[in-house]
Design a protein. Structure first.
Length: 80
């Protein structure tokens, strides 16, 4: 299952983020603040994408370290 980088909107496999390349992600628990796609780059996001990422950011913040819960919530809520 995937989770979303809340800086650029890129989906990432949870196991990749958690185990395979964890040093490449800037995270606060389940919240991805920056990923290898967007780190150090300025993002030009549409208002719709900004709203979407704000929603994902809020859910991830509420779930704290629960990355599995975030992935399920995004999938079940048709947010991914
Ligand atoms: Zn990113």
């Amino acid at each position: 299952m995937d989770i979303i980088c809340t800086n650029c909107g890129e989906p990432w496999d949870m196991d990749y983020v958690r185990h395979e390349a964890k040093e490449e992600f800037c995270r606060q628990g389940a919240l991805i603040v920056a990923c290898p796609c967007c780190q150090g780059k300025q993002q030009l996001l549409t208002p719709e994408l900004q709203d979407y990422l704000s929603t994902v950011r809020t859910i991830a913040t509420i779930l704290a370290d629960d990355m599995d819960g975030l992935a399920v919530t995004l999938k079940d809520g048709n947010l991914i």
